[in-house]
Design a protein around this ligand. Structure first.
Ligand SMILES: [Zn+2]
Length: 191
């Protein structure tokens, strides 16, 4: 299933937000990927260098373009698993959400991030109805934009902090690794 890149684990309260009943909401907290390698995709945050983040984001975006050229990219492999197109919409939006968080961390001291519910975003954004070619273009554009922001980060800026509403704290360096894991994990999901 999809990983939760940004939000606190979803509260159990019944809200009015639209959800896809066939997709199990991702309520896991994935911050452990900063501490140990991911057994699913093999990502090892300890091996990620600051200066390599931009290039890895761009390489990942390029790989997604290839995935989205598959004529079956819009087909779910099982009813409860996103299609590659749906995953790619999520990755595109992850780049946008992390780009916004990154800009906040650079501009403001210790910002509090807005919650982002990826499962609501999937329904409201009609991920399943999107055209693969358009998604590929938008995913690459979003990756290029956020990669450029990471490349612009210098020296002590890597230690600037931000936080989620559940109390998880990030520096720009750790959010870069967390972000990179999310998109690489999803590429692994569809490969
Ligand atoms: Zn992983």
């Amino acid at each position: 299933m999809s990983s939760d890149p940004t939000a606190a684990p979803a509260p159990a309260s019944a809200d009015e937000s639209p959800r896809d009943p066939s997709i199990e909401p991702d309520t896991k907290d994935w911050t452990w990927v900063l501490e140990r390698p991911c057994p699913d995709c093999g990502f090892d945050a300890g091996q990620v260098s600051r200066d390599g983040v931009g290039d890895r984001l761009l390489a990942n975006a390029s790989a997604w373009r290839g995935v989205l050229e598959d004529p079956d990219a819009a087909v779910r492999p099982a009813p409860h698993i996103w299609s590659p197109v749906e995953y790619a919409c999520h990755v595109r939006d992850v780049h946008r959400v992390f780009g916004e968080r990154l800009r906040m961390m650079l501009a403001v001291d210790y910002p509090l991030f807005e919650n982002w519910d990826q499962d609501v975003a999937a329904v409201e954004g009609a991920y399943g109805d999107q055209r693969a070619a358009s998604v590929a273009d938008d995913l690459v554009s979003a990756a290029e934009a956020v990669a450029a922001t990471y490349v612009s980060v210098e020296g002590p800026q890597w230690d600037r902090q931000g936080r989620r509403s559940n109390g998880s704290e990030f520096t720009i360096e750790t959010i870069a690794r967390y972000h990179l894991h999310d998109i690489e994990h999803h590429l692994h999901d569809v490969s």
